[in-house]
Design a protein. Structure first.
Length: 122
């Protein structure tokens, strides 16, 4: 059984995402609800747009424009099947915050990893 991105996912920080159907070209969209933020604004669901490769355990990438902060995240990763056939998404991300001046550019980008686990299959 191939690994399928469509559906609902929760990561190791309790953030959630819902991915809509993946098109025949690999394009997909969805909604991301982060559980963590350093913004002073209330957290709100934010749109994501992405694309995936082909194969049983596809690579993928998606971008999130945060609705509550002047920042954008990009995630890249791969969908893996474990020994029990359960799907998980192993990802690496970049978060870019808007800076008021170029002198602060050095602190504008963060990097991290997250693992997502399926909650509902699409």
């Amino acid at each position: 059984m191939p690994c399928v991105l469509t559906g609902n996912w929760t990561n190791d920080l309790a953030s959630t995402m819902q991915i809509s159907n993946v098109s025949n070209t690999g394009a997909f969209s969805g909604i991301y609800q982060t559980a963590v933020s350093d913004s002073i604004n209330p957290i709100r669901p934010s749109p994501l747009q992405g694309v995936q490769g082909q194969g049983a355990q596809p690579v993928f990438g998606f971008t999130i424009k945060w609705n509550f902060a002047e920042s954008i995240s990009v995630f890249v990763g791969q969908c893996f099947l474990d020994a029990d056939g359960k799907e998980q998404l192993n990802t690496t991300w970049l978060l870019r915050n808007m800076m008021e001046s170029r002198k602060d550019d050095w602190k504008a980008t963060r990097v991290g990893t997250n693992t997502f686990y399926r909650t509902v299959r699409g």
